[in-house]
Write a protein that binds this ligand. Structure first.
Ligand SMILES: NC(=O)c1ccc[n+]([C@@H]2O[C@H](COP(=O)([O-])OP(=O)(O)OC[C@H]3O[C@@H](n4cnc5c(N)ncnc54)[C@H](O)[C@@H]3O)[C@@H](O)[C@H]2O)c1
Length: 662
């Protein structure tokens, strides 16, 4: 059977042979045993809904084994035989280019070079799923290969509910992931409803088919370190000779040393797991490895004296680094942490003073003692950070729940008011005011032809558009524009593509519109093939997350999710090709609502109208909310948007004189 025929086949009427469990692939860990005997039957009944009754007997045993062994029913047998990667759009079967583009994006999220646990359909973050099982994948691809532009496919947490009649201007796909009745949104609820096969954790760009590999993280981290550097600059100087101490060389955290190098500082990144150190070192994401503290201290002194740009991995616990640098009087300019403290009791954060193996053993044998050790380490960690900040170090939380967990452990990190933390999060101090409030966020695109030449052409188009805009940009946003011009000019050289031909850059509403419009023209002129636009959910308007994306909202509304919901509804009727809304992503199930879109540009007049209408809304929705929360930068940005678009009329806040409040 050809690739096209296999896609069109969907769930085969004759079952394929069972597939062996391949050991050389990175697999998801066994999930928590959570279902009762009755619930396990329900999970099986649910899974068998995808198959004809003639196959049930054969599948019951297999699915029941999967549930017992892995805690989930993945239906490994249905994994397709063809190679999984984003093919050029013309290779997909179908009646709609929009639907074909979505197939391409789905396959990219499951590409072995891109996905974390490809056989379990997990793209990143340990549990960020595209589908819950392979039957859902097959059925979805079949629907996409059949649909016309008069239909919309509805996706319920990976399950394709079906094709419904709609119209040309409607989204081709509407995705929801993990949407729960609010009271059923505790971590164990995810375990249970995912094991039952009725819900999934879509992370941000996993379940929305918009992941583009590590490139997005490198860019975001570079922007953060660069702007962190600007915050501490006394005379506008750069980061030369300055020291950035952090930890984690894992999935996202591994971008820190590379970003530190691009930003031009000395990065010291502690990592307890030698495998993670080796991976990042062998990939060239970190320059050097030190395994003992005295050598590390000497190396850093030398790097400081010579103002070297260098990244150093310290193989060991980050607490030891903070404590030793205090003893040895090594001044830390910038400090943060990217251990996985959103998951503190199951290997996200390792206690100091015991080996990795001992810690892993303790976690399984004596979880209570393990928890005590984690909390004791967090108290020591915070105490050491406090000593450095007293000397002048600028420390920020990197959205990994460090301050939250440290506070729960009783560490000294609360501010005098007893409500806030001593230190800001990277969104409160850096991303929020410098980027999101002005509308700058992680705009991205994928060249659907799969041709590197097309990506190079789009890079050049985007750079030209931004350079033109920078000439007249107001001083408030000149720096952001310059950073992104520099990024896009160096993007080819930095070789950031893994998987589809994708690019990210931070742009504001007008920047996104102008770039997209220029792409659409180039498509119409035959210079490039179709382009898929999108963005990370970690953006201006798409995400309500009180300790991350919306942590710099101070009017009390940061625990609401109206913005994210409005965003996805607004995108859907303004021309998005697909939209998605998720519970969970980055900071955990129940902790965030986030949404995104995909939009196919085909060079048509309709595409031009759609991009203008939708991108304008997609950014200005969040700016209006940030402005209503009295964020100065957002008030500036929304007033500017109203000047440029007379149809926009946003309610502006009046600022009360606090003296009147007593
Ligand atoms: N990079 C970003 O853009 C970004 C943005 C927001 C939030 N985050 C958060 O950062 C965290 C890290 O993400 P990830 O994908 O890299 O996770 P990960 O689990 O892949 O990596 C974390 C690493 O920290 C190491 N580690 C744990 N405890 C340690 C200790 N005490 N000392 C030294 N090393 C230790 C682990 O061995 C692991 O390799 C997550 O909580 C994520 O949500 C990252």
């Amino acid at each position: 059977m050809t690739f096209k025929e296999q896609i069109q086949e969907g769930i085969p009427s004759v079952l394929p042979q069972p597939k062996p469990y391949e050991l050389d692939i990175n697999h998801a860990p066994k999930r928590k045993e959570i279902l009762t005997a009755e619930e396990k039957k329900l999970a099986l009944r649910n899974a068998l809904r995808y198959f004809e009754p003639k196959d049930h007997k054969e599948l019951i045993k297999e699915f029941s084994d999967e549930l017992e062994t892995y805690g989930r029913i993945y239906m490994y047998r249905l994994r397709p035989d063809y190679k999984m990667y984003a093919r050029p759009i013309d290779e997909y079967p179908g009646k709609s280019d929009q639907a074909k583009a979505i197939m391409l994006m789905i396959q990219n999220n499951l590409d072995y070079a891109v996905a974390q646990h490809p056989h379990e359909l997990i793209t990143y973050g340990g549990n960020g799923a595209v589908f819950q099982n392979w039957a859902q994948y097959r059925l979805t691809m079949k629907y996409l290969s059949e649909m016309t532009e008069e239909q919309t496919l509805t996706m319920y947490s990976g399950h394709p509910m079906g094709l419904f009649p709609s119209h040309k201007e409607a989204p081709r796909v509407v995705v929801t992931n993990g949407m729960m009745i609010p009271n059923y949104s505790k971590p164990d609820d995810w375990e249970k409803f995912n094991a039952l096969g009725v819900s999934q954790y879509g992370q941000m760009t996993a379940g929305s088919y918009m992941y583009i590999g590590p490139q997005g993280i490198v860019h975001g981290t570079t922007i953060t370190v660069l702007n962190g550097g600007r915050k501490i600059a006394k005379n506008g100087e750069g980061l030369e000779g300055k020291v950035f101490v952090t930890s984690g060389l894992g999935g996202m955290s591994g971008a820190q040393p590379k970003a530190g190098n691009i930003a031009g500082c000395i990065t010291v990144c502690a990592e307890v797991n030698p495998k993670a150190v080796h991976t990042r070192h062998s990939q060239g994401w970190v320059d050097e490895v030190m395994t003992d503290l005295p050598s590390l201290v000497e190396r850093v002194k030398k790097a400081k004296a010579a103002k070297e740009v260098v990244s150093i991995a310290y193989q060991g616990n980050v607490v030891d680094v903070w404590e030793e640098f205090d003893k040895q009087n090594i001044y830390i300019d910038l400090g943060s942490d990217q251990t996985s403290l959103h998951n503190p009791w199951a290997g996200g954060y390792y206690p100091v003073g015991i080996s990795l193996e001992e810690a892993n053993q303790l976690m399984a044998d004596n979880p209570e003692l393990f928890k005590d050790k984690v909390q004791e380490t967090l108290r020591r960690h915070a105490a050491a950070v406090n000593k450095h900040t007293a000397k002048g170090t600028y420390f920020f939380d990197y959205g990994n729940a460090f301050l939250l967990e440290a506070s729960r452990a009783g560490a000294d990190i609360m501010a005098a008011d007893g409500i806030n933390f001593k230190y800001p999060s990277y969104v409160q101090d850096i991303m929020g005011p410098m980027c999101f409030d002005y509308g700058f966020g992680p705009f991205r695109w994928v060249c659907a032809s799969g041709k590197p030449e097309d990506l190079a052409k789009t890079d050049a188009i985007a750079a030209a558009v931004l350079e033109e805009m920078a000439k007249t940009a107001p001083v408030e946003i000149k720096q952001q524009m310059q950073d992104n011009i520099k990024w896009i000019q160096g993007a080819q050289e930095n070789k950031l593509v893994v998987g589809s031909q994708a690019r990210i850059l931070y742009a504001d509403a007008q920047g996104r519109i102008n770039i997209a419009e220029a792409f659409n023209k180039a498509i119409a002129n035959g210079e490039i093939g179709l382009v898929v636009l999108g963005r990370d959910h970690h953006d201006v308007s798409g995400t309500d997350s009180p300790y991350r994306e919306t942590s710099n909202i101070y009017d009390g509304s940061r625990f609401t999710a109206d913005m994210a919901i409005h965003n996805v509804i607004g995108d859907s009727f303004r021309g998005a090709t697909w939209v998605s809304i998720h519970n969970g992503g980055g900071v955990g199930w129940g902790e965030v609502i986030n949404g995104g879109f995909g939009m196919v540009l085909d060079g048509s007049k309709e595409a031009s109208r759609r991009l203008e209408s939708m991108l304008f809304w997609d950014v200005n929705n969040g700016i209006s909310r940030r402005s209503w929360a009295r964020n100065e930068e957002a008030i500036f940005a929304i007033k500017r948007a109203m000047e440029n678009q007379p149809l926009l009329k946003v309610t502006l806040p009046n600022i009360v004189d606090d003296a009147l409040l007593g």
